[in-house]
Design a protein around this ligand. Structure first.
Ligand code: BG6
Length: 490
């Protein structure tokens, strides 16, 4: 079996339990922005993977909605090209597209050409989907979220039947600050029930705590702003990564065990943690921007030299922050988070640093201080868990060396390619909202970073770092102040 889900199911090794997932219910998956980049790179491959795993019902269909003039046939050709591109880029070796799966999928793909603001578009969609179950996926620029949901409501497309559902998956960015996030929630909730809204954060689709001294969360990328200068100039690293992806990682790490795996039980605990975040002070925050440097042996320009970027731009491409959580469990245990573009390596991980042993066990030996143990949860590009601790170096002398115990998903489970969207799309199909954000989760994430947005961008507060480096020195100083240091990225 080649799909990650299928392989995980078939390889639940010793002591594992086999929870075979059921097929999705029948229905239409309507993608607004059906011709866009996200659809091509992630959504279609994810749907293909679900089809490979046999998780889609025969009554499943895709309706792509976009503005370009396309026939169903042209659209199918584009979809095939996107899937071929995806399967060709598989990790170890290129794998051909599965023709049996393509034969199944092809006739289930249809196209609606239309403007997202025009009632006619919704009339056409209604004609195609009839009374079936529907998931509307908003893979469009954020300014369309409100209007599309309004139009869906006016066209009666989100009315659920006794046995049929209507759900809407909303991509990020969900608002650009706390008040716009609240306004968007209010607008969507005029048309939809909370349980119909699936606010997606793809970090939660990635597979993968009282002796803790502190926690470090890193989401480092080597890519620069790419072709997204227009979006990124007004967004920056804080809005792009922190209230959503980073906060989700923080909440997952710090939340109390929920009383069940019901979506609301999990989301209640996450919101409690986010609500307990102590208001940030300027000294807790470092904003950085990449200067020219070398990434992967290649010279690359600085952010201000990238096409479409203002040569005096104050937009940050890096953030480091120290969060404190005001509850009994986490009092005195800071969470340091950092995220940035053009760093030394692509790496997302959560590192839990345990306290040092309280006294020197090895009196009168050279080992009078043990290095603290660290548990690192690797989220990407490799997925796994490492435990770092000290062991005695073999031999007569008492000397300690650092060792690592490593569990690697790819080694243990023969892992197939996945986009991270498979689990989330499938969960929406079966109505499991656990890994999606509720309105209050989103707002709590924004509330935590709102002080930084309120301080505004200021040239003095921008620290530069060479592309390909570990980030700005000011970020090292943030931890050095507390006698700590970051784990190395590169
Ligand atoms: C997106 C951001 O949400 O996440 C991008 O808009 C960022 O700027 C991306 O590159 C990172 O996702 P991943 O899965 O590559 O870590």
């Amino acid at each position: 079996m080649e799909n990650i889900i299928a392989s995980a199911i078939s390889q639940v090794g010793d002591g594992g339990q086999d929870y075979s997932p059921r097929r999705s219910p029948p229905g239409s998956f309507v993608i607004f922005g059906g011709g866009g980049d996200l659809t091509r790179r992630l959504l279609l491959p994810a749907i293909y993977n679900l089809a490979c795993a046999g998780l889609l019902d025969d009554g499943f269909g895709i309706v792509a909605v976009d503005r370009a003039e396309l026939s169903d046939e042209q659209l199918r050709q584009n979809v095939r090209a996107a899937l071929e591109d995806f399967t060709a880029r598989r990790r170890a070796e290129a794998v051909p597209l599965r023709e049996d799966v393509w034969e199944w999928m092809q006739p289930r793909i249809r196209y609606v050409r239309g403007d997202f603001e025009e009632p006619q578009t919704y009339h056409d969609i209604a004609g195609m989907v009839g009374e079936q179950n529907c998931i509307f996926y908003l893979a469009v620029a954020a300014r369309f979220f409100g209007p599309i949901v309004d139009r869906l409501g006016e066209a009666g497309l989100v009315r659920e039947g006794r046995h049929t559902f209507r759900r809407v998956i909303v991509e990020k960015p969900f608002g650009s600050d706390l008040s716009s996030a609240i306004a968007l929630n209010t607008r969507l909730l005029r048309t939809l029930d909370e349980q119909q809204i699936y606010r997606i954060d793809h970090y939660l689709g990635k597979e993968t705590v009282q002796n803790i001294d502190h926690v470090q969360i890193t989401a480092a990328e080597t890519v620069g702003v790419e072709q997204r200068a227009r979006f990124y100039e007004s967004t920056g690293a804080l809005r792009d990564m922190v209230p959503n992806h980073v906060m989700q990682l923080l909440a997952m790490t710090a939340m109390e065990a929920p009383i069940s795996f019901e979506a609301d039980a999990v989301r209640n605990e996450k919101t409690k943690v986010l609500d307990a975040i102590h208001p940030l002070a300027p000294s807790d925050v470092v904003r950085g921007q990449y200067a020219p440097g070398v990434v992967g042996g290649k010279e690359v320009p600085g952010y201000r030299q990238e096409p479409g970027v203002d040569p005096h731009s104050l937009t940050e491409t890096y953030m480091a922050m120290k969060f404190r959580i005001d509850n009994w469990r986490w009092a005195g245990v800071p969470f340091y988070v950092r995220t940035g573009k053009r760093l030394a390596a692509r790496k997302t991980e959560i590192a839990i640093h345990f306290k040092s042993a309280p006294y020197a066990l090895f009196r009168d030996t050279p080992v009078d201080r043990l290095t603290p143990n660290i548990m690192v949860i690797h989220i990407q590009p490799t997925e796994g868990v490492t435990l770092q601790f000290s062991a005695k170096v073999p031999g007569p002398a008492v000397r300690l060396g650092g060792v690592r115990m490593k569990f690697d998903y790819a080694e243990w489970f023969s892992e197939g390619p996945s986009t991270g969207y498979e689990t989330l799309i499938y969960d929406c199909m079966i109505g499991d909202a656990t890994l999606f954000q509720r309105a209050d989760n989103i707002e709590a994430g924004w509330r935590a970073v709102q002080p930084v947005l309120d301080w505004g961008q200021d040239a003095r507060s921008l620290a530069f770092y060479a592309a390909g480096s570990e980030g700005p020195e000011a970020a090292d100083a943030l931890l050095a102040r507390d006698h700590r240091h970051w784990l190395k990225i590169g």
